[in-house]
Design a protein around this ligand. Sequence first.
Ligand SMILES: NC(=O)c1ccc[n+]([C@@H]2O[C@H](COP(=O)([O-])OP(=O)(O)OC[C@H]3O[C@@H](n4cnc5c(N)ncnc54)[C@H](OP(=O)(O)O)[C@@H]3O)[C@@H](O)[C@H]2O)c1
Length: 310
Amino acid sequence: MTSLHQFLRITIIFITAKITLLPPPVCIKACPSNVSIDPYTFKTPPILNHSMAEPSTTAPPLQDRVAIVTGASRGIGRAIALHLASLGAKLLINYASNSAEADLVAAQINTGSTVRAITFRADISYPEQVKSLFDAAESAFSSTVHILVNSAGVLDSKYPTLADTTVEDFDLTFSVNARGAFLCCREAANRIKRGGGGRIICLTTSLVASLKPRYMAYTASKAAVEAMVKILAKELKGTGITANAVAPGPVATEMFYAGKTEEAVNKAVEECPLGRLGETKDVAPVVGFLASDSGEWVNGQIIRVNGGYV
Ligand SMILES: NC(=O)c1ccc[n+]([C@@H]2O[C@H](COP(=O)([O-])OP(=O)(O)OC[C@H]3O[C@@H](n4cnc5c(N)ncnc54)[C@H](OP(=O)(O)O)[C@@H]3O)[C@@H](O)[C@H]2O)c1
């Protein structure tokens, strides 16, 4: 064999070995034309063009769910209604007398072409008015109601001791806070959607834990609601509906400031480990979580939201 033959033989062997060492053919068809694949590492260069990313298909957590929020013209109820709307829910904004304030809340939600919020006047201490609240929500949104948040409430701003509480003031407090909560919960228990996503959330108070003097009727009326909610959660077994209470500490609303001296306000700030009053935005997200699918496992509970004062 000549040296030329020897050279050609070695070259052919080397080329054959190199070809067999190559990785299998890469499927170029499945790859975008402007993305190259390194045949040795199978790695693509980092994708810098964001327009190529999969479009986000995540729907808002409460999309297409209908929520009734009582006492939503002002204060905590108003913040809850706006928050649930931001999570995609359709809202019935309930109020007792303040139609202008309620309209403003609805207008803040109804910024697009479709109506996502309606207002409805109803005193929650009357059964037929609570019934019409649910009728209105069902007919406005052509849907079963998914979520009830009962935030309507009253507090006697004279802050009487038990010895000084009149029967009329006691009855008024109980008629809205306890009887109203009962009527709303009863209607919800019968009419809220079964099989997932059904939520009942009542606003109570951390006073049920701190038991301050001069809040007797108010605290007792909310303690009744806390017992109600825990029993309701058990009675709704099999429906997929959860029932909970959210119990704030002092929150800077008209209800909190009514009849209080500057000294009383400062005392509430001092008692809080975080050194401030609660704000409505401290409470609304907790309600939003309970209302969402992520909150399903919280059931029959009292969630105290108070910056740690009790
Ligand atoms: N603020 C606090 O420090 C605090 C602390 C713990 C718990 N909470 C509880 O949180 C809830 C909201 O309190 P808030 O401070 O937001 O009170 P708020 O500012 O006084 O607002 C009360 C809301 O309830 C409505 N309302 C009153 N009576 C009603 C009735 N019979 N039927 C239907 N709606 C009625 C009012 O409607 P109109 O505007 O039409 O009058 C208003 O929308 C209450 O249940 C309260 O007990 C408050």
